[in-house]
Design a protein around this ligand. Structure first.
Ligand code: ADP
Length: 421
């Protein structure tokens, strides 16, 4: 609907521009190998593309070549079809907003002065700048009256990051580059900032290129994700769904899997997964009965519990033969146990440091509940990750439907002439 687009433009929002990278290359002096080796990529207008990959693979260098904070040594960059490879970099940077980790705010400037930076350089009239500063603070969810005159050190990490985003957007650039912008804040704040970026992008439709090493962040934010390997070679460039369900090669599936598995291990508690039973005997049981249990059990050891039902010793057949009728010196003392509330990560650590590769799980009062081993932990993590993938896909489908419905409602509103010119 061209009329709607026209009205939107008149309302003042510059929505996204296309970005094309053509054989983009960076060689650093003294390094025989290029750090970024001939990247070819087309990014659509209004798209949020995430570069994700291991540390040192060239994400940040590739990103910074787009606004020529780092000068390419080869190749071309086009923004909205225009070759910007050799244009005045200062002019270029007015078109390309840039937000970085730990916000990068100037400490001796107030919040308002920081946000006003690029509009001032661009020569906006004063009144328009101060209006814009208020508008930007509002946009990123900070009360203009309260935050306007503060200095960066008087803000929390999350608030600084919001101001960083406000500053990057102040001159209304069609393109926004974000270099690990939420890398330095705690996980809960990061989650909020990510949600806000999604909301903001829904309003603004900028072209955003976002760098992270966190695959979950990439899944959450990206319309498309470029998984990069060394020298910025593109291992896969596709939607999150396609990458999750159809990783291009072992590198991608390893990368997808590793991050997800570790996160899962630390988010899941032992009580949430199945723990296996194990043959146990009590210290007061007659020796003959203990022998019988050992003989008939499928495992080659059993767990001896103390008088209060707590894990006490691991007993093997040979131990009992040598014990000559007494349990006092038989078996190996249980040193490590994990509580039901321990994370699977903690359980895995206990299992891996145990020479027999298993650990007893205990309840509140230290009583024996069951056992976990490497295999059962691995199975649990795999099952949980499968469930996560399905859930992520369902959530994204839900989100897409919601976005479509909102866009539709907005277009109806604009067509109804509600928007002021
Ligand atoms: P990433 O953002 O993926 O962690 P970078 O783009 O920062 O990776 O770095 C890519 C590669 O380029 C790395 O091997 C790094 O050591 C190298 N590199 C980055 N900056 C410089 C520099 N100024 N001089 C020489 N080598 C550099």
């Amino acid at each position: 609907m061209p009329e709607t687009a026209h009205e939107t433009a008149e309302a003042g929002a510059a929505s996204g521009a296309t970005i094309e990278l053509e054989n983009l290359t960076k060689r650093y002096p003294g390094n025989p190998q290029p750090s970024v080796d001939s990247v070819n990529m087309e990014i659509k207008a209004g798209e949020l593309v995430v570069f994700v990959g291991p540390s040192g693979c060239g994400k940040s260098t590739t990103l910074k070549m787009i606004n020529r904070l780092i000068e390419p040594t080869g190749g071309r960059i086009r923004i909205n079809g225009e070759d910007v490879t050799h244009m005045d970099p200062v002019k270029l940077r007015r078109r390309v907003g840039y937000a970085i980790q730990a916000s990068g705010l100037f400490p001796h400037m107030t919040v308002a002065q920081n946000i006003a930076l690029v509009p001032r350089m661009t020569g906006w009239p004063k009144a328009r700048i101060s209006e814009r500063v208020e508008e930007m603070l509002d946009l990123v969810g900070l009360d203009p009256g309260e935050f306007h005159g503060r200095y960066p050190r008087q803000l929390s990490g999350g608030q600084q990051q919001r101001v960083g985003v406000a500053r990057a957007l102040a001159a209304d650039p069609p393109v926004l580059l974000m270099d690990e912008p939420f890398g330095a804040v705690d996980p809960i704040t990061r989650d909020h900032l990510q949600d806000e970026l999604i909301r903001l992008q829904h309003e603004l439709h900028k072209t955003i290129v976002f760098v992270t090493h966190d695959f979950d962040e990439a899944i959450k934010l990206g319309d498309r994700i470029a998984v990069l390997r060394e020298r910025s070679h593109i291992a896969q460039f596709d939607t999150p769904e396609a990458i999750l369900t159809n990783p291009a090669d072992d590198f991608v599936s390893g990368f997808v899997g590793a991050g997800a598995a570790l996160k899962r291990l630390n988010l899941t508690r032992v009580r949430e997964v199945g723990i296996s039973g194990y043959p146990t005997v009590a210290i007061d049981d007659p020796l003959q009965e203990i022998f019988n249990t050992l003989r008939t059990s499928r495992t080659n050891e059993i767990l001896l519990l103390d008088k209060r039902g707590r894990p006490y010793k691991w007993l093997r057949r040979g131990d009992l033969m040598r014990a000559k009728g007494s349990l006092a010196r038989a078996g190996t003392l249980v040193i490590d146990t994990v509580a039901q509330d321990a994370t699977l990560g903690e359980a895995l650590e206990a299992v891996l440091t145990d020479t027999a590769g298993r650990v007893a799980v205990t309840g509140r009062r230290g009583e024996y509940l069951g056992v976990v081993d490497v295999e059962s932990l691995m199975n649990s993590v795999h099952e949980l990750m499968e469930a996560d993938r399905l859930e992520a896909m369902e959530a994204r489908h839900g989100l897409e439907e919601l976005r479509a419905a909102q866009t539709h409602a907005e277009q109806e509103g604009a067509a109804g002439g509600e928007r002021k010119a």
